[in-house]
Design a protein. Structure first.
Length: 257
């Protein structure tokens, strides 16, 4: 069974393997998955219609509603170290993401200065000027790059029309102080083969991120698509270790989770 779509703005705190106690912020339309990817491994299941920015801005939660809920939690006794934009879709597709990022960071600095603001993004908007500008309000931008070439990108991430792999890589390469996250899987398709990993490392050398975080399948995903059964599976601990070692050979520090 895939995870249920988030119905609330705030969820958690989640005990994140990478961040520790993290309070999630879901900017998606209430009860909907809104994303411009339809990743094979998504633990929220299929994206019905992968799409980019919507003209229907009234379907998203309003700024004041989000900030009001964030403030309540910041004033509470609940322990967390991060405010994390994530949720049931791609947070940066919210039409007022920059204002929300600024508002949440200002609240955190005022009420709990030790709390950092992070973003888990699929990187699809990393070359959009408004989103790039918003990243100055994010203490820890964690950006997805699962593959090293356009063909695997289309097979695994299954983007909406107009989302191009080469543009994403160029956008990531222009950003500073970012962390790359990558999910490795085997089967059909497979981004853990020596050739696939080599191409992925080539892109990382262009991007030069501050850090790289890799992990593999550990959550449920939709086993069926319109085209048939999804034949993917987690990769072994041994293969994960080999990928980390390969990264070291190129001077790229990779942490596995």
């Amino acid at each position: 069974m895939v995870l249920p779509i988030k119905k609330s703005i705030i969820y958690g705190p989640v005990n994140s393997r990478r961040l520790g106690p993290s309070l999630g912020i879901n900017l998606m339309p209430r009860g909907l998955k809104y994303c411009d990817f339809d990743c094979l491994y998504c633990h929220y299941g299929r994206t019905s219609v992968p799409k980019r920015f919507s003209d229907k801005t009234d379907i998203f939660p309003e700024i004041q509603e989000v900030l009001r809920e964030v403030e309540i939690w910041l004033r509470s006794d609940v322990v967390f170290g991060y405010l994390t934009f994530s949720g049931s879709g791609e947070a940066t597709l919210h039409p007022q993401f920059a204002e929300l990022a600024n508002g949440c960071r200002s609240l955190a600095r005022s009420l709990r200065p030790h709390v950092k603001v992070t973003l888990l993004s699929n990187s699809s908007t990393c070359n959009d000027p408004a989103v790039v500008s918003a990243l100055r309000f994010i203490d820890l931008p964690i950006m997805k790059l699962d593959v090293g070439d356009p063909a695997l990108f289309r097979q695994i991430n299954r983007p909406a029309a107009g989302v191009e792999f080469d543009e994403i890589v160029a956008g990531l390469a222009a950003l500073k102080n970012i962390t790359i996250q990558t999910l490795f899987l085997s089967g059909d398709p497979d981004n853990s083969t020596p050739m696939a990993v080599g191409k992925w490392l080539d892109q990382l050398e262009l991007i030069r991120p501050d850090a790289v975080q890799i992990y593999t399948l550990d959550r449920p995903f939709a086993r069926k698509t319109k085209s048939g059964t999804v034949n993917i599976r987690k990769i072994s601990d041994r293969r994960m270790a080999e990928i980390v070692d390969k990264g070291k050979q190129t001077g790229i520090k990779i942490d596995r989770y």
